[in-house]
Unconditional design. Structure first.
Length: 149
């Protein structure tokens, strides 16, 4: 987000963004294995405060900034697991070419996602330390503008 975004918006225009939260518990816990750091998708990293500050520097007003109840933990764990295997001299087949997981594994994974991951994502979201930031900003209308754009 820069002066470019501000120049694209008309007065009253809305800017919506969803980015990883570099101050999330997951970012601190997983470190360099955190899924939110995956290149080349994210070249810059933000936390709620830095995103607010950046928006303010280009004249955008905050509508809302929140950390939704999501988690990247499963993806980050895969990076940890793959790196551990690599250090042991093994490598897994890429997901794109691997066979379907056995039914028992699918059931275990579903239970893990439906219990631990959902609970973790809700708690971290409520605490403001979820792994993602969803923000809405608006470019203020020019005073005297009737709003008929």
């Amino acid at each position: 987000m820069s002066k470019k975004v501000e120049s694209w918006l008309k007065p009253g225009g809305i800017f919506v963004v969803s980015v990883p939260n570099i101050r999330s518990w997951e970012a601190r816990f997983f470190g360099s294995y955190w899924y939110g750091l995956e290149l080349p998708r994210h070249l810059y990293h933000f936390n709620p405060e830095s995103l607010r500050q950046l928006a303010g520097t280009v004249g955008l007003a905050e509508v809302s900034v929140s950390t939704p109840p999501v988690t990247y933990a499963e993806h980050s764990l895969r990076y940890v697991f793959d790196d551990a295997l690599h250090h042991l001299g093994y490598s897994r087949e890429p997901l794109s070419t691997s066979k379907d997981a056995p039914l028992y594994w699918k059931i275990l994974r579903k239970i893990f996602r439906a219990t631990a991951l959902i609970a973790l994502s809700r708690v971290s979201s409520a605490a403001g330390s979820g792994p993602a930031i969803e923000a809405v900003f608006v470019k203020p209308k020019i005073s005297g503008d009737s709003g008929s754009n």
